[in-house]
Design a protein. Structure first.
Ligand code: SF4
Ligand code: SF4
Length: 82
């Protein structure tokens, strides 16, 4: 399941540099996650790195994108080629 950033975000930018897939970017007023690139960090880390560093608790699962671990791993392979 891709993650989403909610309006608790203060646009500090810390999360963007932690993402192994470069899925996080600056939006109009808050940061945003590209669901095509977010893998919940599967294939790199045991936990979503952005969630761990966000000082506001602003990053949560997005129920619009239900995905199994296998699907997330396939997404990671599509992005990185391995
Ligand atoms: S969960 Fe991982 S892959 Fe998804 S946006 Fe956060 S750091 Fe990037
Ligand atoms: S770390 Fe949290 S508060 Fe900072 S930009 Fe990312 S989502 Fe927003």
């Amino acid at each position: 399941m891709a993650l989403i950033i909610n309006n608790k975000c203060i646009a500090c930018g810390i999360c963007a540099s932690e993402c192994p897939n470069e899925a996080i970017s600056e939006g109009d007023s808050i940061y945003i996650i590209n669901p095509n690139l977010c893998t919940e960090c599967v294939g790199f880390f045991d936990e979503p790195q952005c969630v761990n560093v966000c000082p506001r608790g602003a990053i949560v699962p997005d129920p619009k994108y239900p995905e199994t671990k296998e699907q997330l791993l396939a997404k990671k392979k599509r992005i990185h080629g391995k």
